[in-house]
Write a protein that binds this ligand. Sequence first.
Ligand SMILES: [Mn+2]
Length: 339
Amino acid sequence: MNNIEDLKKLLSTPKKVAIVSHRNPDGDAIGSSLALFHYLSRYGHEATVCFPSEYPPIFRWMPGADYILIHDKQGEAANKEIEKAELIFCLDFNALHRIDKLGEKIAEQEGVPKILIDHHLDPEDFSDYTLSDISASSTCELIYDFIELLEDTKTIDKIIGECMLTGIITDTGSFRYSTSSKLYRIVAELKDKGVDDLDLQNKIFNSQTAKQLRLLGHCLTRGLELLYDYNTGMIILTKEDYRRFRIQRGDTEGLVNYILRIKQMRCAALITEREGFVKLSLRSKGDFSVQEIASKYFSGGGHRNASGGMSKLSLSDTIKKFKDILPGYEEELNKPLDF
Ligand SMILES: [Mn+2]
């Protein structure tokens, strides 16, 4: 199966479908998975959404979120769904090894068609049908494109649209990057279908706890280090900070972006000390690629302006390693900004 007509034929009768996405699912992973879940359900397909790990509580309101299986917690039930599946959709990630045990389970399902829909660089060749476009703002935008390829955008309703728009809003940082005229046309159509974008913005951004705001205060004061020679900023969170601020899943979401609000900052890093490893979230402005830094030095990857990686070194050694990399990019980091 390598064309949309074959896939249309497969989807013409109800199937058992598994939809999976990446570890630490974000708004786009959840939005695209649930949008596809609702879309397939409209045609009587029996779809299940499985994630490797838990999603942030801020997305609990999303229609269908209660049915999501978390492999870390419900491994047996999730594996059963993967075994039963006649079709497996892989959304918002590009290589099975990125999703750990869940990926191994999927790889075992030989002969079951796998469909990859994603907007990250360099997709691994494991799927039978691939919709990969790194210029897309989000996997949610690609779910729209996918339904358009099926010539079925009329089926997109308010619920499917809400899920899609959630991923579009979160992956574009509220339309601040990766936008296109095509994206705005899609958003206009979702709005015509009854999706309330302002309500979504409130649910996503104006639903924080006081604890999260205090954590932000800490990150922007004591946690912040600015390296003006390289137009780079770092926010560091230690294990002690994790205890002190009772940091939970999702609480550190978006913190790294604040650094780029400083005009001359081109590159930003959130470096967090976790159990047994150190995690890096990298962001950049303009044409500086944090994807290269993440993949070359921190066994990670992602997009040019947003990538992630990890290090097995101690927190202080990871910070030193990151700082030592910057002189190699001095010229690029000091190029005048074009805005
Ligand atoms: Mn995404």
